[in-house]
Design a protein around this ligand. Structure first.
Ligand code: ADP
Ligand code: F6P
Length: 369
C-alpha cells in the first residue's frame, strides 16, 4: 500500500516534465497518496543542498516539523495548490541536475536509506537513460520506482517518443524556417547545429520537416569532401541557400582532414588545440565550395526551455497517470513509453538494453533528394 510518492526530474530539463508532475500530483490526490517533490534529481535523494543529518532518524515518525523545514532545499511536499500552476511553466519546477556520485553503489544505498527514513514508499523518475539507470539501482535497493521518459534527445530504444522531443523538433523547425528565409534573401547556405546527444533524431526530423538538403548525425561517419561536393552540386543547380543540419557530437566523427591547416592556408587564424565547430564547418564549406558565404547558427538551449507542444503536454499527462496507476497496483521497476502511439509500460531492465534503430533510409533520403 503506497502512502507517499516522491517525484524527481533528472538529466537535461525537457518540455513536458512539469506537466508530468502535475499529472502525478492529480492522480496521487485521487488515490489519497501524498506527493513529495525531490529537487535537483538524485542530488535531492542524497540531501545535498540541505546537508540534513539523517543519522539520528530511524523513520518518518522521528521527523519533526522543523526537520521537514530544514529538508526543504531537497524535499518538499507538493500539494495540489502548489503544483496546479506549473503545468504550463517552462523548464522544470523541481529543478534538475547531473549527480555524478549516483553511479556509485555506496551513494545508491545511502539514497535508498534516505528515502526509507523519509517514508517515501515509491519514486517517479522523469529523465532519460542515465536517470533510468539510477532508478534501476534504487529498485535493486528495494525502492519502488517508475520511470517517465523525459529527454529532448529521443534516444531511448524502447519508446517511440520521449517528453520534450516533439517540442525540441518544433523549436528547431521554426528556427530553420527563419534561417532559410534569410539564406534565400542573401543566397547564403546555412549550417545549423541541433542537440540530441548521441542520437540524430532531432536533426533528421528537423531536416525532413524543413526540406534541409543535408544532415550529419552522430550515428554515421562522414567526410567533408562528400558534403562539399553535395553543396557545390546544389549551388550549381541554382540552390544557393541550401541548409546543412549538423547534430552535436558529430565533429569527432569526421574522416581525417587537416582542417586547421586548410583554414590557415585560406588566411584564417586557428589555434592548435581548437576543436571543430559549426562556425568552422561553415568556413570549410566556404573555401571548399568556391567562396559560398555559408553562415552557422547553434540552436542550443531554446530547444530545452521551450513551451511544451500539445503532443508533449498530452503525453506527459498520460505518463503521469499511468505511473500512479502502476504504483497504486504495486507494479514497480517499470518505465513508461509509447508504442504504436499508445502509452505502455515495461520493466526498466528490459527497456535499458533495447537499442534505438537508426533510420538509415530517412538519412539517405535527406542527403540525396
Ligand atoms: P539522462 O537521464 O537524460 O540520460 P544523464 O545521462 O545525465 O541524463 O543522467 C542523469 C543522472 O542519472 C546522472 O547525473 C546520474 O545522477 C544518474 N545516472 C546516470 N547514469 C547512472 C548509472 N549508471 N547509475 C546510477 N545513476 C546514474
Ligand atoms: O540530454 C539533453 C541534452 O540537451 C543533450 O542533447 C545534450 O548533449 C546535453 O543535454 C547537454 O547538457 P548540458 O546542458 O548539461 O551541457
Amino acid at each position: 500500500m503506497i502512502k507517499t510518492i516522491g517525484i524527481l526530474t533528472s538529466g537535461g530539463d525537457a518540455p513536458g516534465m512539469n506537466a508530468a508532475v502535475v499529472s502525478v500530483a492529480r492522480c496521487a490526490s485521487v488515490h489519497g497518496i501524498k506527493l513529495v517533490g525531490i529537487k535537483r534529481g538524485y542530488n535531492g535523494v542524497l540531501l545535498k543542498e540541505s546537508k540534513f543529518d539523517m543519522s539520528k532518524i530511524n523513520g518518518p515518525e522521528d521527523l519533526t516539523a522543523e526537520d521537514w523545514k530544514a529538508l526543504e532545499p531537497d524535499i518538499t511536499e507538493l500539494d495540489l495548490e502548489t503544483v496546479l500552476d506549473i503545468a504550463d511553466q517552462r523548464g522544470t519546477f523541481l529543478r534538475t541536475a547531473r549527480c555524478t556520485e549516483f553511479v556509485n553503489p555506496e551513494y545508491q544505498r545511502k539514497g535508498a536509506e534516505n528515502l526509507r527514513k523519509l517514508g517515501i514508499d515509491a519514486l517517479v523518475i522523469i529523465g532519460g537513460d542515465g536517470s533510468f539507470r539510477g532508478a534501476r539501482a534504487l529498485c535493486n535497493q528495494g525502492i519502488n520506482c517508475v520511470g517517465i521518459p523525459g529527454t529532448i534527445d529521443n534516444d531511448l530504444g524502447y519508446t517511440e517518443a520521449t517528453l520534450g522531443y516533439d517540442t525540441a523538433v518544433n523549436v528547431c523547425v521554426e528556427a530553420v524556417r527563419s534561417i532559410r528565409a534569410t539564406s534565400r534573401s542573401h543566397d547564403r547556405p546555412a549550417v545549423v547545429q541541433v542537440m540530441g546527444r548521441h542520437c540524430g533524431d532531432i536533426g533528421m526530423r528537423t531536416a525532413i520537416a524543413t526540406g534541409a538538403e543535408m544532415v550529419i548525425v552522430p550515428e554515421m561517419p562522414w567526410n567533408i569532401e562528400d558534403y562539399a561536393a553535395r553543396l557545390s552540386e546544389l549551388v550549381a543547380k541554382g540552390n544557393t541557400r541550401a541548409t546543412l543540419i549538423i547534430c552535436e557530437n558529430c565533429f569527432e566523427k569526421m574522416a581525417d582532414f587537416d582542417w586547421r591547416n586548410f583554414l590557415r592556408e585560406n588566411g584564417k587564424t586557428v589555434f592548435d588545440g581548437e576543436d571543430l565547430d559549426a562556425h568552422r564547418l561553415a568556413q570549410l564549406l566556404k573555401y571548399k565550395c568556391d567562396g559560398v558565404e555559408a553562415r552557422a547558427t547553434v540552436i542550443g538551449y531554446t530547444q530545452r526551455g521551450a513551451q511544451p507542444t500539445a503532443y508533449d503536454s498530452a503525453l506527459a499527462f498520460q505518463c503521469g497517470h499511468l505511473a500512479v496507476q502502476l504504483l497504486n497496483k504495486g507494479i514497480t521497476n517499470q518505465c513508461i513509453g509509447v508504442r504504436h502511439g499508445e502509452v505502455f509500460n515495461m520493466p526498466i531492465d528490459e527497456a535499458l538494453v533495447m537499442k534505438r534503430p537508426f533510420k538509415r533510409e530517412l538519412y539517405d533520403l535527406i542527403n540525396t533528394l
